[in-house]
Ligand binder design. Structure first.
Ligand SMILES: [Fe+2]
Ligand SMILES: [Fe+2]
Length: 172
């Protein structure tokens, strides 16, 4: 029977018979997906200066990466590659929304990042972007004073690592 689930990282609800293996919105692992009424979700956190600066930087990274993936999706004539870039663009947009909520902003800033004409260069850029995101999120998680901020950064390290593995598969 269908149940209402909720992701503890992005806070989004999901209806399904079973908890999905990953959040369909932010990509967080199954361990973060709970029966909605039991899910512990808050975006109302007291940020110290470092955590706030890291959250602001994370928002910029996600906005840029999301815009990049949607751009890259349009540049490839390979169907599967296009679908993958589109999926990644949506997940990164959801990550941007997490940081928007944490920073209590009304809107996500507009991304104006550009991508390359060649699909190969976009795949390489994707790899570089995910590598940088993982490095930054790992550092930000270790610096985080607030447990919720630490939890989000660590969860996103796992998600971006999945993205990196996918891009490594496609670069082969
Ligand atoms: Fe999620
Ligand atoms: Fe992301």
């Amino acid at each position: 029977m269908a149940k209402l689930w909720r992701c503890e990282i992005c806070g989004d609800p999901y209806v399904g018979d079973e908890a999905p293996a990953n959040c369909p919105f932010c990509g967080a692992k199954k361990k973060f997906i709970k029966i909605a009424k039991d899910a512990k979700v808050t975006f109302d956190v007291d940020l110290n200066e470092k955590d706030k600066a890291n959250a602001e930087y994370a928002l910029k990274v996600e906005v840029s990466n999301s815009a990049f993936y949607f751009c890259a999706a349009k540049k490839t004539d390979d169907d599967e590659g296009r679908l993958l870039f589109k999926a990644l663009g949506k997940v990164e947009a959801e990550h941007a929304a997490i940081w928007r909520k944490i920073l209590k902003l009304d809107n996500v800033p507009q991304g104006n990042d550009v991508c390359h004409v060649s699909n190969q260069e976009n795949l390489e850029d994707s790899h570089a972007r995910e590598t940088r995101a993982i490095e930054f999120y790992s550092k930000a998680a270790s610096e985080a004073k607030n447990e919720r901020i630490k939890q989000i950064f660590n969860a996103l390290v796992e998600v971006e690592t999945d993205h990196l593995k996918l891009s490594e598969e496609r670069l082969k």
